[in-house]
Design a protein around this ligand. Structure first.
Ligand SMILES: NC(=O)c1ccc[n+]([C@@H]2O[C@H](COP(=O)([O-])OP(=O)(O)OC[C@H]3O[C@@H](n4cnc5c(N)ncnc54)[C@H](OP(=O)(O)O)[C@@H]3O)[C@@H](O)[C@H]2O)c1
Length: 379
């Protein structure tokens, strides 16, 4: 399908479319006897929220959710990434790495840090803000964990460590550095930090193309190479669900450490990819190719076939991480079909260059066709 044809189809779709690990919340109201009278939910107390970042992928979902709940938001960033966003929101300009003057002398109820990658830099903002905010909500990642080999692992699983304590190489040591960012925030504001660890964040606005690869590929139709036997579990979180939950974490003054990924039940690749196909109009035929064959043909898990690893051996825990703590603290999940539909509906609004980049994520069509042909020709 040509880019123009895709744009047309997409356009039509658019038109149709705790200290360590404990967690605490404010105590519930005193227990009463007998059924409580039905009452409309009270509006949330208005909060003032500072977002460090706010104009990339997750940040805007946090800002939108906060504004929708009536909160007052301030953004702090360098003014480089999409500065046109949120014209009616207060913007403070500076640089996390040492130029924090714009934050001095101000107070907020909470800070949401979506742009922490280096512990030295997290320490700067957390120490500066400790006297002027009640709560620090630090967006971390499940990449903080040292291993993926244990099904059902929870927040107590061992963390990745830096081979060289002085390293700030985020590309090489993303997970270990994010783990240290969590600790830097907690050290500056003991007992007042929520360290939220999302898995793959997906849905409208995702610049990486990882989830988007699938509905986009289904839209093209034909035979689609799908990984494994369809039964591999996977996990993710729609950026909008995560943004809404981050705001709830602020409203509830929740602190502690939480894996932020879902859904609440186990979901396998087959259900995810069938939903992507349904969202794109069921044009594709899904051919499931077993993991050993994919390895033999040098098809890379995750990068060429996004959202999937062969969940065995070192990756035996893939797609099964515990999210019980976050679900108990109010993290909710929309159906994957909605995420797939909304992602396709969002794509036409993406600049053509960016859309080309997003659509080139995953296995090339040529390689896909070659591997499918070999799969059929196997003895
Ligand atoms: N994507 C995933 O699947 C995934 C999974 C797990 C966890 N996470 C985590 O989720 C978070 C999401 O990141 P996001 O990029 O979507 O957040 P975002 O807040 O939407 O975008 C990043 C923001 O940081 C600002 N920024 C960058 N460098 C800065 C600096 N030196 N000083 C001040 N501001 C700076 C950028 O604005 P300027 O450029 O204008 O400064 C931009 O507003 C990250 O912490 C990531 O580790 C992501």
């Amino acid at each position: 399908m040509t880019l123009d044809r895709r744009r047309f189809v997409l356009g039509s779709l658019a038109a149709g479319a705790a200290a360590a690990c404990g967690s605490r919340r404010a105590p519930p109201p005193a227990a009463r006897s007998g059924p409580a009278p039905a009452q409309p939910a009270a509006p949330p107390a208005r909060q003032t929220i500072l977002v460090l970042g706010g104009t990339g992928f997750l940040g805007p979902h946090v800002v939108e959710a906060a504004l929708a709940r009536g909160h007052t938001v301030t953004l702090f960033n360098r003014g480089k990434t999409r500065p046109h966003l949120f014209p009616n929101v207060e913007k403070l300009q500076g640089d996390r790495d040492g130029k924090l003057d714009a934050l001095k002398g101000r107070t907020w109820d909470a800070v949401v840090d979506t742009s922490a990658y280096v512990p030295r830099i997290t320490k700067l903002s957390a120490e500066l803000l400790a006297p002027s905010v009640k709560q620090y909500v630090n967006i971390s990642t499940i990449s903080v964990y040292a291993k993926r080999d244990t099904p059902g692992a929870d927040e107590t699983a061992p963390l990745a460590t830096l081979p060289d304590p002085a390293s700030e190489d985020v590309k090489a040591h993303y997970g270990a550095l994010k783990a240290l960012c969590e600790q830097a925030a907690e050290a500056a504001m003991p007992g007042r930090v929520a360290n939220l660890r999302p898995g793959l964040i997906i849905g409208p606005g995702d610049p990486t193309g990882r989830f988007t690869h699938w509905p986009w590929r289904m839209l093209e139709g034909g035979e689609v190479l799908c990984p494994g036997d369809g039964g591999t579990p996977t996990q993710y979180v729609d950026g909008r669900d995560l943004g809404a939950w981050i705001v709830k974490v602020v409203e509830d003054n929740t602190v502690g450490v939480f894996n932020a990924l879902g859904p609440e039940r186990k979901i396998a690749m087959r259900e995810v990819l069938e939903a992507c196909n349904a969202a794109a109009g069921n044009k594709a035929t899904l051919t499931w190719v077993d993991a050993a064959f994919l390895e033999q043909h040098e098809v890379a898990a995750w990068s060429e076939l996004p959202m999937w690893f062969d969940a065995t051996g070192e990756m035996a825990g893939f797609g099964t991480m515990s999210n019980a703590r976050a679900v108990a603290a109010g993290l909710g999940f929309r159906p994957i079909l909605d995420t797939a539909r909304d992602t396709l509906a969002w794509l036409p609004s993406v600049h053509e260059d960016k859309r080309r980049q997003i659509s080139s994520t995953g296995i090339s069509r040529e390689k896909e066709a070659k591997v499918l042909a070999a799969w059929k020709a196997r003895g």
